[in-house]
Design a protein around this ligand. Sequence first.
Ligand SMILES: *[C@@H]1O[C@H](CO)[C@@H](O)[C@H](O)[C@H]1NC(C)=O
Ligand SMILES: *[C@@H]1O[C@H](CO)[C@@H](O)[C@H](O)[C@H]1NC(C)=O
Ligand SMILES: *[C@@H]1O[C@H](CO)[C@@H](O)[C@H](O)[C@H]1NC(C)=O
Length: 373
Amino acid sequence: MATTMTTTMMLMLLALSSHLLSVSAEEPKAAVSVEEGLGIDVMAAPPSGDGGDAVIEEEGEDGNMITLVGQKDNPCVGKKPLHGPEEGDEYFKNVQCIEAGVKQALEQAGANVTKGYNGEFDAGDRVPIVTSYKEAGLCPVNVHWHLGAEHLSVGQFDENGTGPTTTRRRRRSRSMLAYDDENVRLGFQCNYYNATDEKFTKPFDWKHCEGMQVGQTYEVHWPHSAAGMCGTEWQMQTPFYDGVFCKSGIISLDPLNTFQKIGVQAQVYTIVNDETYYNDNLLNGWIEYPDMDVAKYTGSTTGTTRSNEICSRFTPITWQVDRKCHMVSASSMDKLCEEMKAQKADMSDDLHAHGARELVADQFAADNHQRLH
Ligand SMILES: *[C@@H]1O[C@H](CO)[C@@H](O)[C@H](O)[C@H]1NC(C)=O
Ligand SMILES: *[C@@H]1O[C@H](CO)[C@@H](O)[C@H](O)[C@H]1NC(C)=O
Ligand SMILES: *[C@@H]1O[C@H](CO)[C@@H](O)[C@H](O)[C@H]1NC(C)=O
C-alpha cells in the first residue's frame, strides 16, 4: 500500500496561489512538502506475498485512468505528487492559466522552438540545463510520444506539414479500453510526406506499438530525472511522473532546482516503411548526430489535458528540443515498443501515441530560449 511509504520529499517550488503571484510582482518562494504515495488509488492489493498481481490505477498521460498490473514491487508507483505546501491542496492539479488577470502557473511547453524565437513569460533567473542531461546527472525515466508535434519549428514541423489523410485504425487492447482514438489531437506535421512514394504509404505489420501509422509524424519525448531509479531495472516508468519523482531528497529545497533536476528530450519523426532509416536504440534517448540544432528552454509538462486556457503546474522543467524532423523506420519504433514491453514497469499506456497539446501562446512561453547549442 502506498500509505506505508512514509518518506517526505521536500520540494522548493514557487508559490503560485493567486493572492501571492501577480504577473509583475516578484515571485515568492515557499518550502513545499510532497507526501509520497499520494495521487493513486490502490484498487486491489495482492492477498499475500505470493508474487500476486497488484492492480493499481493512476492517471495516464491523456488524463484518463490507466491500470498498471504486476507492480507490487515497483518502488516508483504512485510517486507522482498531487499535493503541495498544504495537505490536500492539490497543488499539482491543472489550473486555469489566468484567473482575474493573474497567471496561475509558471512557463509552459511545448513552445515555438524556431531559432530566434523567444516567449514573453518572464522566467526570471531560471536557466535550462544547457549541457547534456547525462552530464547534469539525469537519466531517462520514460519514453512516450504524441500524435504530430507539440513543438513548432518553422520549415520542419509547422502548420504546413502533411501526412496521411486516411483514418487510423487500431486493435482494441487492454491499455486502450478507456481511450478514444477519435479524440487524439493531431499536432504539427513534417514536410517529408509524399503520397506517391511508397515508403510513406506501405502499411507496416506492427507487432508491438498500437495504432501507429506509416507516413505520420510523431513527437517523441524522453523525460529525464536526477531522482529516477537510474541504472536499475525500475529506471523506466509509466506514467513518467512516477519515474521523475521516484527518489526522495533530490528534487529539492532551497534553491528551487526542478529545472536543473528534471529535463525532457524531444525529437520529431516521420515514420517510413524503409529499413534505410532503421535506428537500433530509441529506448534511452534521442538520435544524436553532428551539428544537432537544439532549442533549450524552461517549460512545463504537456499533453492534451493542458491548453492555453488550462495550464500545467509541473513547471519549471528543462526542455531540449531538436529543431529538425527526421525519418525513422516503422521497425525502429516497433522495436522500441518491444523493449518497452520488456521493462519491469508496466509501460502499456505509452505504446500508443498521445494527443498533442496546442502550441503554447507567447504569453505563457519562457523568455529564456537559448540560442546556444
Ligand atoms: C515561431 O517563431 C519564429 C521565429 O521567431 C517566427 O518567425 C514564427 O512566426 C513563429 N511562429 C508561430 C506560429 O508563432
Ligand atoms: C505555409 O505556406 C504558406 C503558403 O505557401 C506560406 O505563405 C507560409 O509562409 C507557410 N508557413 C510556414 C510557417 O512556412
Ligand atoms: C514523390 O515521390 C515520387 C516517387 O518516388 C517522386 O517521383 C516524386 O519526385 C516525389 N515528389 C516530391 C515532391 O518529392
